[in-house]
Design a binder for this molecule. Structure first.
Ligand code: HEM
Length: 353
């Protein structure tokens, strides 16, 4: 059977039964989009917080009371003293003065504050939609799940920060950073999926295309997680040549840590090598999918082009030793790549039954 026969033509299919509210769906969609955009901003501010080494400047976890920054000289002196006493990172920054400390504090504070703002922007309209019957029995559990995931993300954020408070680590534990980053991606993807589902148009169910889209989402998910490890280990500043790594195809330190599995979480060479190999794999699979499905599903070409752009940007980031602007752009585009693939999965998922 030819591909053209195997794939259904795009259809304006209704969303899964019962998901779409009878009234106000436009408003609910606009709200989901706003939340997704805010989560996107949160991912970027989080990236800037990490790249400026600002993440350990607030050594306490006060979800409500911490909304206000220090208001007096004494308050600032106290926050600075806690940073110096409670983090090993401060010893690396021994010459730091108060105004430099305030510089890193504002990044971390903005990241946390944006998190609080997302909580409010989510919860208040949600209650309104509940009370005015603008949500449905099928949609409400998804929205509650999203809210709970947001709360969990706050907790994981603190779990991450706590790995660098009163410990010997000079920055947060990379695998905790990876967990925090991956949950952020899951939240934005979930929000986007609901937004698409409430629109309910332009689906093109097809087993074959869905198979390709599913493969892509798994590889892209792995690639994003590996990227977070590379970032968390600052590995993008250790090996800065391409296509080789310090002149070698496979770095000789690939399995230098014991036991072997620790290399895949803690070794700069291994994580960066895996990030490169997975990028090439993603590029090949996305290219093949685009070639195979190009006549019927042009969005695979869009996704493959985005992956190519992202891989090129990754190389640029690397050979420039991960400066703030390129690293942030790489993170920002990576999230767009992932969402473009989420859309492919949503679009092609075969109808139930
Ligand atoms: C093709 C798909 C790719 C995707 C989806 C991707 C995604 C990501 C993500 C999500 C991060 C983590 C950003 C963060 O947490 O701040 C990252 C970091 C990084 N990636 Fe990629 N990447 C790709 C390809 C590449 C390639 C081909 C290279 C270089 C050969 C590369 C080099 C880097 C470097 C150096 C970092 C660390 C930057 C930093 O310290 O902030 N990436 N990548």
């Amino acid at each position: 059977m030819s591909d053209a026969v195997a794939l259904a033509a795009p259809v304006a299919e209704p969303a899964p039964s019962g998901l779409i509210p009878a009234k106000g769906v436009g408003l609910v969609r606009a709200w989901l989009l706003l939340v997704a955009v805010m989560v996107y901003a949160m991912i970027l501010v989080g990236g800037a917080t990490r790249l400026t080494d600002s993440g350990l400047s607030i050594t306490e976890w006060k979800p409500l009371l911490g909304a206000l920054p220090p208001m007096s000289d004494a308050g600032w002196a106290d926050a600075f003293a806690k940073y110096k006493a409670m983090t090993a990172q401060a010893q690396l920054n021994a010459g730091m003065n108060l105004s430099e400390f305030q510089g890193i504090y504002w990044w971390e504070w903005s990241h946390r504050e944006l998190g609080r703002a997302i909580g409010v922007v989510f919860a208040v309209p949600f209650l309104f939609f509940l009370l005015t019957k603008r949500t449905t029995r099928a949609l409400t559990p998804h929205l509650i799940a999203l809210f709970c995931l947001g709360g969990l993300q706050g907790l994981i954020g603190w779990w991450m920060v706590s790995s660098g408070v009163n410990t010997d680590l000079t920055s947060v534990a990379p695998y905790r950073l990876m967990t925090h980053f991956c949950l952020a991606l899951f939240i934005i993807a979930y929000c986007f999926w609901l937004w698409l589902s409430l629109g309910g148009k332009d689906r093109a169910p097809s087993k074959q295309a869905y198979g390709w889209a599913s493969a892509l989402i798994w590889i892209a998910g792995l690639q994003m997680a590996l990227g977070a490890l590379v970032a968390g280990l600052d590995a993008g500043r250790g090996y800065i040549d391409w296509p080789l790594m310090n002149g070698e195809v496979v770095p000789h330190t690939f399995l230098s840590l014991d036991p072997w599995w620790r290399n895949f979480l803690e070794n700069e060479a291994t994580t960066q090598f895996m990030h490169r190999i997975t990028a090439y794999t993603l590029l090949i699979v996305a290219g093949l999918a685009a070639l195979r499905l190009r006549k019927i599903e042009g969005d695979f070409i869009v996704a493959a082009s985005l992956v190519l752009l992202q891989a090129s940007l990754g190389v640029m980031t690397l050979i420039n030793a991960a400066p703030l602007n390129l690293s942030l752009l790489h993170q920002a585009l990576g999230t767009v790549v992932l969402l473009s693939i989420v859309r492919l999965v949503w679009k092609t998922v075969p109808a139930k039954g």
